[in-house]
Design a protein around this ligand. Structure first.
Ligand code: 3EB
Length: 333
C-alpha cells in the first residue's frame, strides 16, 4: 500500500472491504438481541438483570440530568464473543473490540498507580484480543477536581495514563478520549479498539492537549481532538478552550457557543463538514456542571446537529473548575 494514501483512500482505491463500523444508541431501555452487542454503559444504572452474562457492562459514575437511567449501546455489524483479560471485561466482533475496567481505589495505592495499572491491563487486553489499536477512550473519574495530598485528582490521573502510554502505546499521538468527573459510584474507563488505528485529527483553534503547558499539571492530558476510523468520526470531549485557555468563565451560553465553534473546527479539519447535514448520523453526550441547565444549551445543539441527532445530557464535572460544559460526539453515515 503506498504510504502516501490514507487508509480510507487506499481501501477505496484498491477495492478492499470497508471497515465494519460500530453503531451507537443512547437508550432508556435495553434491546432484545445482544448477539452483536460490543458493550453497554449505564448512566445512573446498575448492571441490568436482563443482560446476558457475557455482555460487557460498566456503570459510569454519572447520571442523566433528568435522573432517569440511560444506557449507551455499542453494536457491531457482526456477531460478538466475550473476552476478558485480568480486570478488563470486553467483547469483540470481526472488526472491533470493546472493553471496560473499574478503577478500584484502595488504601495504600495512589490514584496514578491505579490508573497506570488499569491502562496496562487494557494494553494486555488489546494484545491478547488481537485488536491492537485503541481508537477511543472514555475516562470517568469521581471527585475529578478534588485534592489528593496536594495535587488535583485529574492531574494524578494524567500522570498514570501518561506512564502507561509511554510504556505500551505505539501510536505516534494518543487516540481520542473523554475525561469527565462523576458524582457517584466508582471511577471507570472504557474503550473501543480495532485492528488499525484511527487517523488523529487536531483542532486548529486549540493547542493539542498532549502539548498543554505544565500549568495544567506535570503531565499533559494524552488525547487527540478526534479520530477518523473508516467513515466514522470520534470527537473527544470538547470544551470552551481556545489555545489552551478557558474562555467565558461562568457564562454557560457563551461557553456553549465556543464549544460548538470548536466542534465545527474539528469537523472541518476532519474533512467532514458535509456530515452536519446528516443529522441522524450523530450521537452526542453533553456533560453539564448544572443538571438544570439543559434548556439553556439544547437549542444551539439542535440548530447545529439537527432534530435527529441523539443527545444524552449527563450531570458531569468538567476537568477544569471554570468549565461548565463539555460535549463529545460520534458520527457514522
Ligand atoms: C480539554 O480540552 C478538556 O483527559 O482525556 C477533554 C477530553 C478533556 C479528554 C482527557 C480531557 C480529556 O482539555 C478536557
Amino acid at each position: 500500500m503506498p504510504s502516501s494514501l490514507s487508509p480510507q483512500v487506499a481501501q477505496q482505491t484498491l477495492g478492499l472491504p470497508t471497515l465494519g463500523l460500530p453503531s451507537l444508541a443512547y437508550a432508556r431501555a435495553l434491546p432484545a438481541d445482544f448477539s452483536h452487542m460490543l458493550g453497554v454503559v449505564g448512566y445512573g444504572a446498575a448492571r441490568p438483570e436482563a443482560l446476558p452474562p457475557g455482555c460487557p457492562f460498566i456503570a459510569a459514575p454519572l447520571a442523566p440530568v433528568d435522573g432517569v437511567p440511560a444506557y449507551e449501546l455499542w453494536t457491531a455489524e457482526t456477531a460478538v464473543r466475550p473476552f476478558a483479560a485480568g480486570p478488563v471485561q470486553g467483547a469483540y466482533s470481526d472488526d472491533l473490540a470493546f472493553g471496560c475496567v473499574r478503577l478500584e481505589e484502595v488504601p495504600g495505592r495512589t490514584l496514578e498507580e491505579v490508573v497506570e495499572q488499569a491502562y496496562l491491563a487494557i494494553f494486555d487486553f488489546l494484545s491478547g484480543s488481537g485488536f491492537a489499536e485503541p481508537i477511543r477512550f472514555w475516562n470517568y473519574l469521581t471527585a475529578i477536581l478534588g485534592d489528593d495530598r496536594g495535587m488535583e485528582r485529574y492531574r494524578r490521573f494524567n500522570i498514570g495514563r501518561h506512564r502507561a502510554y509511554l510504556a505500551r502505546l505505539h501510536q505516534a499521538v494518543p487516540p481520542a478520549a473523554s475525561g469527565v468527573g462523576g458524582h457517584e459510584g466508582t471511577s471507570a474507563v472504557y474503550f473501543l479498539a480495532a485492528r488499525e488505528a484511527a487517523q488523529p485529527v487536531e483542532n486548529p483553534r486549540q493547542v493539542s492537549a498532549y502539548e498543554y503547558p505544565q500549568q495544567y499539571g506535570p503531565r499533559s492530558p494524552s488525547f487527540s481532538r478526534a479520530g477518523i476510523y473508516g467513515e466514522a468520526l470520534f470527537i473527544s470531549g470538547t470544551a470552551s478552550i481556545v489555545g489552551h485557555e478557558t474562555r467565558h468563565k461562568g457564562d454557560l451560553p457563551a461557553q456553549t457557543e465556543e464549544t460548538l465553534e470548536n466542534l465545527r473546527a474539528v469537523i472541518n479539519n476532519a474533512g467532514q463538514t458535509a456530515a452536519l447535514a446528516d443529522s441522524q448520523g450523530w450521537a452526542l453526550k453533553i456533560y453539564l456542571h448544572d443538571p438544570l441547565a439543559r434548556a439553556l444549551v439544547e437549542p444551539a445543539l439542535v440548530a447545529m446537529f439537527g432534530m435527529a441527532a441523539q443527545l444524552l445530557y449527563l450531570h458531569g464535572e468538567v476537568c477544569r473548575p471554570d468549565l461548565l460544559i463539555e460535549i463529545e460526539a460520534y458520527y457514522r453515515p
